[in-house]
Design a protein around this ligand. Structure first.
Ligand SMILES: Cc1cc2nc3c(=O)[nH]c(=O)nc-3n(C[C@H](O)[C@H](O)[C@H](O)COP(=O)(O)OP(=O)(O)OC[C@H]3O[C@@H](n4cnc5c(N)ncnc54)[C@H](O)[C@@H]3O)c2cc1C
Length: 391
């Protein structure tokens, strides 16, 4: 099998890249290890930055998002049973975010990919990228029990944190920057309308809590839990009671309860692999970097990477110049590090480390007081949350 761009992974990065390349008249083949149902139901991100919304619309993938997504003009911070709203448009000159689940973004892009004639191969697991530093890279993969080879001009490693692409970069070339956190997020999905019309980020002495949503009738809620916690350790009743404690306010706000349909634990990690390019292999999205979800940046970073890559490949096709491909890694990493910084700062601002001292608790509260009393500090948060410029 032969194509111009071999794309490994049909997450948001791989699917959007395929769509953008199609728009530029560049052919590609997408290989995805899992089946279609798995990819379309995997619960993950839900906040789209303004820039991501604009890209999806321009790619012709925004129709259902515009109908069913929820535009949010702010978030609420809670600490000491107080509430403070951060008003995005007022602080950023009109920017907002969109609540539209990653599952839906993937569903829309998969439908478009099949409508335009594919190729998108499910249950096609890439085994290795070979010859990344040559003019003829290849992806070895297994599909329907048979091994095959995809010959390409370029390979896009969009296969997430646990994929195989990154392993094709020799150890002597790679540099990894990493931090793990001594806690994770216990997330539930519940069939109940959200108890607030915007996301609520709560700092509490017992740990962080987040009230979020997937739709007007489905709530997504999270609790900070110790690293290594298993979802079964928490009964539904325990989860609701703890959410009530951490999200509680001094006024008459109450948390609506409903049937829990999913429960899972997400570990927290910051990770950057440099460079994001080796020869003709380009890493994009979680294959190259991970952020803790507190800043809602993971999916948006993946979108930024593939916009940059698609533009560089289109430039190569039109002009024959490698200039933008050569700049790919540095261009992406500038934005990646801003998102890493913001995600780390939001995590440190709102979570309680198991070994936190009374001094650190006071500093955390002082930072929150600063954000709620200084327009400059609040603007910094609002600008980062609504997104850094793409590309
Ligand atoms: C549990 C969880 C919760 C999250 N919550 C949030 C959130 O609230 N907000 C936020 O912004 N971000 C969140 N994220 C991060 C966000 O979901 C990711 O940043 C985003 O999915 C990155 O997209 P991607 O396409 O780079 O990678 P992925 O979505 O991981 O897609 C990679 C794809 O590659 C496939 N693949 C892997 N290996 C191979 C192989 N060898 N061959 C072929 N295919 C392969 C995988 O099956 C997968 O479909 C969360 C992540 C997780 C894991």
């Amino acid at each position: 099998m032969r194509t111009t761009v071999g794309i490994i992974g049909a997450g948001p990065a791989g699917l959007l890249l395929a769509r953008l390349l199609h728009g530029a008249g560049i052919d590609s083949v997408v290989l995805e290890a899992r089946d279609r149902a798995y990819v379309e139901h995997r619960q993950r991100a839900g906040i789209l930055e303004q820039g991501t919304v604009d890209v999806l619309r321009a790619a012709g993938a925004g129709a259902r998002m515009d109908r069913e997504g929820l535009r949010h003009d702010g978030i609420e911070l809670r600490f000491g049973r107080r509430r403070h709203r951060v008003d995005f448009p007022a602080l950023t000159g009109g920017r907002s975010v969109m609540v539209y689940a990653q599952t839906e973004v993937c569903r829309d892009l998969i439908a478009l990919r099949f409508a335009e004639g594919g190729p998108l191969l499910f249950e096609a697991e890439a085994l290795a990228v070979e010859g990344a530093d040559t003019a003829a890279p290849r992806v070895r993969f297994r599909h329907q029990g048979r091994e095959d080879v995809l010959e390409c001009d370029y390979v896009a490693g969009c296969d997430g944190f646990w994929g195989v692409s990154r392993a094709a970069v020799p150890a002597g070339v790679s540099r990894v920057f990493e931090r793990t956190y001594p806690f994770g997020w216990l997330g539930i999905l519940a069939d109940v309308p959200p108890s607030h019309d915007e996301l609520v980020y709560a700092r509490h002495d017992r740990g962080f809590a987040l009230l979020s949503m997937r739709s007007p009738s489905v709530s997504r809620l999270y609790l900070q839990v110790p690293e290594g916690t298993e979802p079964e350790e928490w009964s539904d009743e325990d989860v609701w009671r703890e959410l009530e404690r951490r999200l509680g306010t001094a006024d008459d706000w109450t948390l609506r309860r409903g049937p829990v349909t999913q429960k899972s634990v997400t570990p927290m990690r910051s990770y950057v692999h440099e460079p994001m390019r080796y020869g003709r292999l380009f890493l994009a999205g979680d294959a190259a970097h991970i952020v803790p979800p507190t800043g809602a940046k993971g999916l948006n970073l993946a979108v930024g990477d593939v916009v940059t890559l698609a533009r560089a490949l289109a430039h190569r096709k039109e002009t024959g110049s490698d200039e933008l491909l050569d700049a790919y890694s540095a261009t992406c990493l500038r934005r990646v590090w801003q998102a890493e910084r913001f995600s780390h700062d939001m995590t440190a601002l709102l979570h309680r480390a198991p070994d936190a001292t009374a001094f650190e608790d006071r500093l955390q509260l002082a930072r929150l007081e600063r954000i709620t009393s200084s327009r400059a500090a609040e603007t910094d948060l609002a600008e980062a949350y609504t997104g850094f410029p793409l590309g």
